[in-house]
Design a protein around this ligand. Structure first.
Ligand SMILES: *Cc1c(COP(=O)(O)O)cnc(C)c1O
Length: 432
């Protein structure tokens, strides 16, 4: 019997997160204030979680996961399985290459974002806040935070870019089912939103406007705290449960990954997947390569410059040192909306800068990534999120390349989410 699934029992869930900062060859460049205007660092201290800001530049290598949070991780289905893609390998005719995939798609709301949403809501409750507030573009982050807030007994307010809010009806329903207050942004709830609406009642909104509304809301409601779903160091650290589990699961196979692949928008799912491995590579304890799969709509690691830039369009956040396309850049719409972000997380940018991380990008029409997804669905049967399809495409391309050269290789990919709320994208891209 060939078993293609590798599980860890709940009591073997990692009980601490891995913080790569102390293992980097030099200190990660600090976030800083721009030369002009009010202090963003002070503003962030006021509206964000104290514990998360402490974690942001912590020099502690291992940070314990609080018991109650660990219970929630297990309740939410962690540890998640690692699969060997035997059927896909067979279809591709692979003799030398083996492919594994980690199942973050088995998350209650459909993405890995639940891993940090639960942590942030746990700390919000610990810090005595009544609620969390955020913005969302594609909707995955808003859904994950709504879910986590509900489980922790907190209120949740989401400002959602109006042009997306208007048509992603099912995701909106799910957020409301979790009890979140969801506003189309620009909204009537904030001064900033009202100002924009008075100028143009039909304004479609933008991520920048939604962030501004969320931050204003948190600023005016002391009992609310503002939460961020990607890019920051502490978010990537919360996500390392993915990689720590994967490392343990590889011990159950006869393999070790030679190449790890994930999709990268801001960098949280891929960071969570690879950082425990990258730490060992930095210490000379392991050999492994890392490949980020991106869209030409937002190829921050490929076309971006490594410099300080704002994390948001409106310029409310501190400056982060990262590969950036410029915080005001216009990015063409794609169905893998979660990959449309102007900058890559400072940690991922640093690894890129040091040559540890490679990147590849796929065409804006997304035809080739959805074709890869079709192959995956036909063989493995699981429906990936549009973003995850980029990792699948890259894995198939690399596998075929190794196979042609007769190289023995093990590839591991992270499936960051499921596609059940994105079937319209499959319909459109594959003409179904
Ligand atoms: C948000 C999201 C992404 C992109 O964000 P990262 O921070 O780069 O991980 C990828 N996949 C899914 C399913 C997402 O929801």
């Amino acid at each position: 019997m060939k078993v293609d699934r590798f599980d860890l029992p709940p009591d073997e869930h990692p009980d601490r997160w891995y913080n790569i900062l102390p293992d980097l060859p030099e200190p990660l460049p600090r976030h800083k204030d721009p030369p002009e205007g009010p202090s963003r660092l002070e503003f962030i201290e006021r509206v964000c979680l104290k514990e998360c800001l402490r974690q942001e530049f912590s020099e502690q290598r291992w940070i314990p996961i609080p018991d109650e949070l660990l219970e929630l991780y297990i309740h939410a289905g962690r540890p998640r399985p690692l699969y060997r893609a035997l059927r896909l390998e067979k279809k591709l005719g692979l003799k030398h290459v083996r492919i594994y995939y980690k199942r973050e798609d088995l998350s209650p709301t459909g993405s890995h974002k639940v891993n940090t949403a639960l942590a942030q809501c746990y700390y919000a409750a610990e810090e005595g806040r009544e609620g969390v507030v955020t913005e969302t573009g594609a909707g995955q982050w808003g859904t994950a935070l709504s879910y986590a807030a509900r489980l922790m007994g907190l209120k949740c307010v989401v400002f959602w870019v109006k042009s997306v809010y208007d048509w992603k009806v099912d995701r909106r329903t799910l957020m409301r089912l979790y009890g979140a207050e969801v506003h189309a942004s620009p909204s009537d709830v904030t001064e900033f939103g009202r100002k924009i609406r008075s100028e143009n009642p039909e304004h479609p909104g933008s991520l920048g406007i939604a962030i501004s509304e969320g931050l204003e809301y948190a600023d005016k409601h002391e009992e609310f705290v503002y939460c961020l779903g990607s890019v920051l160091n502490h978010v990537l650290m919360h996500q390392t449960v993915i990689g720590l589990e994967t490392m343990r699961q590889f011990e159950l196979t006869d393999d070790e990954p030679d190449l790890m692949i994930g999709c990268l928008g801001g960098g949280s799912n891929f960071g969570g997947f690879i950082l425990p491995f990258a730490g060992e590579v930095l210490k000379g304890k392991r050999e492994c390569e890392f490949l980020a799969a991106q869209s030409w709509a937002a190829p921050n690691l490929i076309k971006g410059e490594y410099r300080y830039d704002f994390a948001d369009v409106a310029g409310y956040t501190p400056l982060l040192k990262m590969y950036t396309l410029g915080h005001k850049v216009e990015m063409p719409p794609i169905r893998a909306d979660g990959l449309r972000y102007h900058g890559a997380a400072p940690i991922m940018s640093y690894l890129r800068h040091k040559g540890l991380l490679k990147a590849v990008a796929y065409a804006i029409d997304e035809r080739e990534v959805f074709e890869a997804a079709r192959l995956f669905v036909e063989t493995e049967g699981w429906l990936p999120a549009p973003e995850s399809n980029y990792a699948i495409r890259a894995a198939i391309d690399k596998a075929l390349e190794f196979e042609r050269k007769g190289e023995e290789k093990v590839i591991a990919i992270n499936i960051s989410g499921h596609g059940f709320l994105d079937l319209f994208a499959y319909r459109e891209k594959l003409g179904l």
